[in-house]
Design a binder for this molecule. Structure first.
Ligand code: NAD
Length: 542
């Protein structure tokens, strides 16, 4: 161990492939899609390097074709969760001592496996299981996950290089120890990349992990585990359990060895997890790290100087890509009265041009929302808007769950800036627009800041630099990722570290060294070369 200062490969963002007609990547992903769609996979849990089946299974179906079955997955009982914890703690003995360059090698290999032999498969799994169109699958399950894996290795070495000053007679060193105990990753359905990154980045830093994916993301979670296995993640380092989130969480959080939660998902679940950890605090051997990236009510505000076509595109892409199921999706917009006629015309044109259907037909821009619960919730907000006097639907407004959970991209215009859909996270293809008096920009900025409990992403569009400066100041705490003249979605690892504050999370910026710092507990080592032999200091002299 320790026989060189190794430079890691310089991390670069994985180029996004086009999937245009006639390209080899399009043929490859469509073939993978067909093969996977027309067969059934049985997904075991993965504990101590072994596939674990329980016989207690649930089926998996594509959201865009919910009667079609593509496989089953196995549900954990409490004893499986206990086993995952025990095995992780056992694996920690070796894994926490593994030289960092060996850990790096494993996860760099995982990145290359996804970039190459697993690319079509992980994209197809994400298209089938989470209903992403090919472009949304590519930027998430392939490129973003590859980027996380590559950049994290670079961030890890940046952290390790951060060392204190020393003197000639004493050498000061900081060791970035993994947390003592095991960590817990709880991941959402909407990004395959987040599902892979949350356990992987903790393991990269030397931790052992129990990972509970969302029941709506198990199809692509299986591909992630296949990649980790092939890349050489040793048995017990990342253990995957499926099933009842409450039971799994209760079991994990009851262990005195629980040392960190890496969570992404909705705000209420995170708040409950935090409370549960708080209630157990005296039982833990170490204060657990808590990182949670949660909900959003992300805004677009246009100044009267903005370009209407640019504003409309920020809305059409920002609100509706992946059916608005991005934590960063634009879901409330504030449009000045002078631009409204044009913005309205362009947005309606865009929405009318969207094609909706299965992701297998690559001309579809919009596919289904994740499950029936999401569908019913979104439909109820659309119904309410149809009946409320202060709301009007100007585009979309239809829904149909006969074959898949299809919600038409919907634009609500409200005269009430505090209308329910201006404040509540809906997590679907619905945006609400409030048209403001073009001369009340400052007042409207205040409104944007005060309307929602969240503070994840937001965008200002303007050609007037003074207006941009004013928004940047006034909205300082309203978004952790703030965009100028762009849509509020599409953060890229290494370029726009991601996370929000207020009810949107702990803002530990996934895709940056700041996040990785949460998964280590530094140990300061001071080595004195010539040790003193007399306690008396000179000032004690007579
Ligand atoms: P969700 O809250 O339904 O589920 C998230 C995870 O929590 C899943 O693994 C789920 O099984 C688990 N869970 C649910 N109930 C639980 C319980 N009682 N105890 C323990 N775990 C429980 O969220 P989702 O629908 O999968 O994802 C969408 C949400 O995630 C949105 O609110 C979105 O804004 C948020 N999100 C945030 C970010 C971010 O970076 N801020 C990124 C992606 C998604």
């Amino acid at each position: 161990m320790g026989k060189g200062f190794f430079n890691v490969p310089v991390a670069i963002n994985e180029p996004v492939k086009s999937y245009a007609p006639g390209t080899p990547e399009r043929d490859a992903v469509l073939k993978a899609y067909k093969d996977m769609y027309n067969s059934q996979v049985d997904v075991p849990m993965y504990i101590n390097g072994k596939d674990v089946t329980t016989g207690n299974t649930r089926t998996m179906s594509p959201p865009h074709d919910h009667k079609h079955i593509v496989g089953t997955y196995h549900l954990a009982e409490k004893k499986h969760v206990d086993e995952a914890i025990a095995t992780a703690l056992e694996a920690r003995k070796n894994w926490s001592q593994m030289p960092w360059e060996q850990r790096a090698g494993i996860f760099l290999k995982a990145a290359e496996l996804i970039a190459g032999p697993y690319r079509a498969k992980i994209n197809a799994a994400t298209m089938i299981g989470q209903s992403k169109n090919i472009y949304q699958a590519e930027i998430d399950s392939a490129c973003e996950l590859i980027d996380f894996l590559r950049f994290n290795v670079q961030f890890m070495t940046d952290i390790y290089l951060d060392q204190p000053e020393s003197t000639t007679d004493a050498w000061n060193r900081i060791e970035y120890r993994p947390l003592e105990g095991f960590t817990y990753a709880v991941t959402p359905f909407n990004f395959t990349a987040i599902a892979g990154n949350l356990p992987a980045c903790m393991a990269l830093m030397g931790n052992v992990v129990v990972w509970k994916p969302s029941n709506n993301q198990i199809y692509s979670a299986k591909v992630i585990m296949d990649v980790f296995k092939e890349a050489g993640v040793p048995a017990g380092v990342i253990n995957v359990v499926f099933g009842n989130p409450g039971m799994i969480t209760d079991t994990v959080l009851a262990s005195p060895h629980f040392s960190g939660l890496h969570y992404t998902g909705s705000t209420p679940v995170f708040q409950n997890l935090w409370k549960q950890i708080g209630n157990n605090i005296e039982n833990y051997k170490t204060y657990p790290r808590i990182v949670g990236e949660t909900g959003g009510k992300d805004f677009v505000i246009a100044h009267k100087s903005a370009v209407a076509k640019q504003v409309a595109t920020a809305i059409s892409r920002g609100a509706f890509e992946f059916q608005g199921q991005k934590c960063s999706a634009a879901s409330r917009a504030y449009i000045p009265s002078n631009l409204w006629d044009d913005v309205k015309k362009f947005v309606i044109e865009d929405v009318k041009s969207f094609k909706m259907g299965s992701p297998e037909d690559m001309s579809n821009f919009i596919t289904a929302v994740i499950n029936e619960g999401a569908f019913d919730k979104l439909a109820s907000y659309i119904d309410a808007a149809k009946n409320d006097a202060d709301a009007e639907i100007i585009a979309g407004g239809n829904y149909d769950k006969s074959k898949g959970y299809f919600i038409e991209p919907t634009v609500i215009v409200t005269t009430n800036p505090k209308y329910e859909t201006m404040c509540t996270e809906l997590f679907g293809p619905i945006i609400t627009i409030y048209v403001y008096d073009e001369n009340k920009y400052s007042e409207t900025l205040k409104l944007v800041d005060e309307t929602s409990e969240y503070a994840l992403t937001g965008a200002v569009l303007s050609t007037d630099r003074y207006a941009i400066v004013e928004a940047t100041e006034a909205l300082q705490n309203a978004a952790g990722n703030f965009y100028i003249n762009d849509k509020p979605t599409g953060a890229v690892v290494g370029q726009q570290p991601f996370g929000g504050a207020r009810a949107s999370g702990t803002n530990d910026k996934a895709g940056s060294a700041q996040n990785l710092l949460r998964w280590v507990s530094p140990r300061m080592i001071k080595e004195t070369f010539v040790s003193p032999v007399d306690y008396r200091y000179p000032f004690l002299g007579e």
